[in-house]
Write a protein that binds this ligand. Sequence first.
Ligand SMILES: [Zn+2]
Ligand SMILES: [Zn+2]
Length: 348
Amino acid sequence: MPDTETMTAAVWEAPDVVAVRDVPVPDVPPGWALVEVAYDGICGTDLAIVHGKHPRAEQGLVPGHEIVGTVVRAGASGPAAGATVVVEPLISCGRCRACRTGATHVCRDLELYGIDAPGGLARFVALPPEVLHELPPHVDPRVGALVEPLAVAVHAVTTAGVAAGDVVAVAGGGPIGVLTALVARHAGAAHVVVSEPSAWRRGVLADLGLTVVPADRTLTDVVLELTDGEGADVTFDAAGHPAVAPELTTATRVLGTVVVVGVHKAPAPVDLRDVCFKELVVRGVRVYTRDDVVRAIELVADGSLGLEALPTRAFHLSDVAAAVAAAADGTGALKVLVTPDAALADRA
Ligand SMILES: [Zn+2]
Ligand SMILES: [Zn+2]
């Protein structure tokens, strides 16, 4: 049980204004659980919210959907008090066609904790038990904080059907691009080529043993050279930036697959002649299914991706503005975490 009636939270108040305030500990609806947050990861969606660019977030929101923490009050079902959990933050309507056919992750009215409802940039968050997944006790919660973005990568690679021996191209070496590349390699890809404009991130990619596109070359150049002019079996767009859109088709082989993972903010120039002549499959992916989250937890639990090596930086919740700035800057840490526990924060 919480030892206080108020808690510290980061509240999005206006474009580029996030206030750290004392707010009431959330009411816990019947059957729900109360989770004490250990870490909450910051992603591009959170930056969009803070900048006032997210279409659904409302002022007064406590953002944060990449949550790992400890159950302090168990729900009517699910993990017991004391369990370390990661959150599958999706809220599906249960009534639309997608929901009725089991594809609740693409609910027509999909919402998320941390966007449409209070999230993890706080000491406590109330959640229904069905969104909680227990993290095995041996997993460092700091690595557990990567489960949510890792589930996105698992969903992308699984949907693409990456097979042993494949050549995989990834446009964008941010957290999602890096995780997608690592999951593709683990799925058996023979070569994973990643393009990324930031020199610091290119260094991270190289340290992970991935093939990095040099600054003066294109993803297409490197992939064609590697494949005798054929192209990649699968190309992932993990950038969501219009600049990479033309390369999605040029880097991909005849009868290959393009998977759009990154969220584009406006229509992007994709060459539909290539889609036609190469008979490409162009496939979108959105978040993840429950199976993908379970698989992501297995991957952090067995250590096979080496995620401990990813450069992360944990800021105290009181420094959330600095955390947001570090995430927006994108160098120095591949993933920025926020913790309400001063003992878990990195020294400045
Ligand atoms: Zn996210
Ligand atoms: Zn629905």
